[in-house]
Design a protein around this ligand. Structure first.
Ligand SMILES: [Zn+2]
Length: 136
């Protein structure tokens, strides 16, 4: 996937990678639809050591992101319908918007956490490289 280059925040957000080194996964389980361990994240990055929970209850803030992501989704569905199918009914919109939200919730949840940690941690291309002495 070279469309989204490594080193950009988008890469870390969409592929749910460590925000610092973009190598390890933010979630223990790659499949967001597997219920068991759905919330589980490693304590820190196995590659660069970046902590994934920056402070206690760090991810409460991700709820606001999740709200914004949800609104963005609802608006996108609306715009897509306006363009593709201008005669759409309100019922169709509600089915797509609400149904889609339910189906996509696990993904939105993860993307929101991914966006949230990316507000605070930036990419460091030297992070996690086992060369030379560690930077102070
Ligand atoms: Zn890392």
């Amino acid at each position: 996937m070279e469309i989204i280059p490594k080193g950009t925040k988008l890469y870390s957000i969409l592929f749910m990678k460590c925000p610092r080194c973009h190598e390890s996964d933010l979630f223990k389980n790659r499949n967001p639809y597997k219920i068991k361990g759905f919330f589980e994240m490693p304590k820190s990055c196995s590659n660069c050591g970046q902590k994934f929970e920056l402070e206690p209850a760090f991810y409460y803030g991700a709820m606001y992101v999740s709200y914004a992501v949800g609104i963005a989704y609802m608006v996108s569905v609306f715009v897509a319908l306006m363009v593709l199918y201008p005669d759409f009914s309100l019922i169709l919109y509600l089915i797509l918007a609400v149904g889609g939200m339910l189906v996509l919730t696990p993904i939105f949840f993860r993307v929101s956490r991914s966006i949230w940690i990316n507000f605070f941690v930036s990419y460091d291309k030297e992070a996690g490289k086992l060369t030379g002495t560690p930077k102070a």
